[in-house]
Each structure stands twice: as C-alpha cells, then as structure tokens.
Design a protein around this ligand. Structure first.
Ligand code: SD4
Length: 332
C-alpha cells in the first residue's frame, strides 16, 4: 500500500497515525480556525489536502537549517511533481489547446517576491519564481521569456501533459463546452501555502495549472502578488484558491493582510474579503458552483480559513500536529 493511501486509510478508520514522529489527523467537521495564537515552533498552513508530507517537507527544511523561503518552496514542489495532481504542475489539466500552462508566485515577509505566469514545460514553476525574486530586479516573467529564463538557469524542458490529463482533455474536446473548471472538490486545486519559522520569519508560495480548458494565455490570481498571495511579516500572510478572476478583482490576499493590519483576526479578514467579492460582483453569489476560498495567518500564529461556498479544506501543521480540516463557509 502506498504511504499516502495508508495514511488516508488509517485516518478513515478513525485512528490518528504517526508520521515520522508527528501526529496527524483529518477531521470532517468544520473546525473554527485557531484563535489561540502561540508561536514557538514552525506553523505551516495551506489550501486543500495535498497530504501531510507537504507541511512536513516545510518543517523538515526548517529543522535542517533551511530558511522559511526554502521551506515553502520545498513544500509546494511535492504537488508540482505529482502526476496525480491535476491542478498543479506536472499532470495539470491543459488549456483548451491541450497545453499545460503554469502560474506560480513566492513571497517572503520583507516584500521580496517573484512570479511566473503562462509558463510551459517546467515541472517546478515555484523554483523559477524564486529565481526571478532572487536573481533579477523584476517580479514577474511570462510565457516564452519565463521559459527561456528557466532554461538559462538549468531547468529541463519536459512534457507536462500526462496520459491521464490528455485523456481528460480528449473527453472534454468531445463537447468543448467552454466553462472553465473551478475548484474540484474531489481532487484539489491550487496550493497556496504560508509558513512561519517560529522566529518571526514568514513566507508564502502559490502554484497552479489554473483552470482546466482555459483560454490560451489566461492567467489566474495565483502568480499575481496581492491577489493569490501576499505576505508581510509585520502583519501576516494570505493566499487564495478557486476562481482567480474573483480574487484578482478585490486584490484578495492583499486585502486580507491589510484588514489584519487594521486589527481584524485572520478569520474575520477572510470573511470580509469573501463578502467584498460578492458585494462588488453579486453575480457570483447567484452561482451555486462559485467557490473561492482563502487561508490566512497572522504574525502571531493565529489562523483563518474560509470559502464562500462549502467545500474548502485546509492543512495546518502546528505544535507538531498536522490536521486536515473542513474550512468554515458563508453559504452552503
Ligand atoms: C486560478 N485560483 O488560476 C487558480 C486556480 C483555479 O480552478 O482557478 N483552479 O484561478
């Protein structure tokens, strides 16, 4: 049995299992996001359930002496490389032309950030985004230029379209109904991940293949600093999942960080951002498939997580325990 299958089976049986000395549990109940801030060790928070090995990679990186930027990068590289994840990296569903195009961003707590948009053929867009942050004077590289930059820095050009993703694409072609697929509750979606190192350092990473069957060239919120991701270690961080256009329209992650700066808790800030989206764009509220969600973390280690409609899960590593939890929501 594969390790991840074992973990799932064990937790379905109601048993907490122990992974490398770390307790791990899943819960199907909606758990109020943490209101007991306590820093002292690393905290890792991400959208969805990409498996406990994701926060664990971040924590292990920190334990080995890596930086918090190393930690968030290493963590999201796991779903990027996983061919079974159809919404991130290798194995991601393609655009309407059958091409896998990736968006990613990374940001530290001091305002340093980098991103890539509409990048093809590279398994780890997050690492290219990091290089943009660290090796250039720019923030964002797009398409052909981003690919050229990646190749110049030693990344390998690869085919990211797996047989499974190609089969799904061919099935979609039979109808070619243009209705971009948003948050897939049976699978996952974008991974947005925030981490703090327990010493005041924070960083975040966000990486996605975006909406399946999207118009070629479409870029979502995930690589846009302030929309899909924002971190400021004076305050906290936030990251988004779901329909990126809705998030971009309110600069969602920046909005949440600024609400926290003005005294709101991460949970209140997530709720206010979601309410802002539907206040300004009421057509979203009428769609029962409208799903957008945020996770947020204050500099004190307080956590927020909320989606507009029911369905968002988040993964939280705190005080040695990884939990995968159903987030609160506004509308069922
Ligand atoms: C995006 N928020 O590109 C991301 C992911 C997504 O369905 O939409 N997935 O808008």
């Amino acid at each position: 049995m594969k390790r991840r299958t074992f973990i799932k089976t064990a937790s379905l049986a109601g048993a907490a299992t122990v992974i490398s000395g770390k307790a791990f549990s899943r819960t199907s109940e909606t758990m109020a996001a943490s209101s007991s801030p306590r820093i002292g060790g690393p905290i890792v928070l991400s959208t969805w359930d990409f498996g406990p090995e994701v926060p664990q990679a971040a924590v292990e990186t920190l334990v080995r002496g890596g930086t918090v930027v190393d930690a968030v990068e290493h963590a999201v590289m796991i779903p990027e490389a996983d061919p079974k994840e159809t919404s991130v990296g290798y194995g991601g569903y393609p655009d309407r032309e059958g091409r896998v195009t990736l968006d990613a961003s990374i940001m530290d707590g001091n305002g340093n950030c980098g991103s890539v948009v509409f990048l093809e053929h590279i398994v780890h867009p997050i690492s290219v985004a990091r290089l943009v942050m660290e090796k250039t004077q720019h923030v964002m590289l797009a398409g052909e230029g981003a690919l050229q930059f990646a190749l110049e820095h030693g990344f390998k050009k690869e085919n990211l379209l797996t047989k499974e993703a190609e089969a799904a694409y061919k099935e979609w072609l039979e109808t070619s109904k243009y209705y971009p697929v948003q948050m897939d509750k049976n699978n996952h979606d974008t991974i947005g991940l925030l981490a703090m190192d327990g010493k005041g350092g924070m960083a975040g990473a966000c990486t996605t293949s975006g909406m399946a069957w999207k118009i070629r060239g479409r870029v979502g919120d995930s690589p846009i600093i302030g929309a899909g991701l924002y971190v400021d270690s004076d305050v906290g961080g936030a990251t988004a999942t779901g329909i990126g256009e809705a998030v971009i329209k309110v600069a969602g992650s920046f909005l949440i960080v600024e609400l926290m700066r003005n005294g709101k808790s991460p949970q209140e800030a997530c709720r206010l951002a979601l309410e802002r989206i539907v206040h300004k764009q009421p057509q979203y509220a009428d769609r029962n498939d409208f799903v957008v969600g945020f996770v947020a973390m204050s500099k004190d280690g307080d956590i927020g997580a909320m989606s507009y409609r029911k369905g968002l899960q988040y993964t939280l590593y705190k005080e040695g325990v990884t939990r995968i939890v159903d987030a609160e929501y506004i509308v069922k």
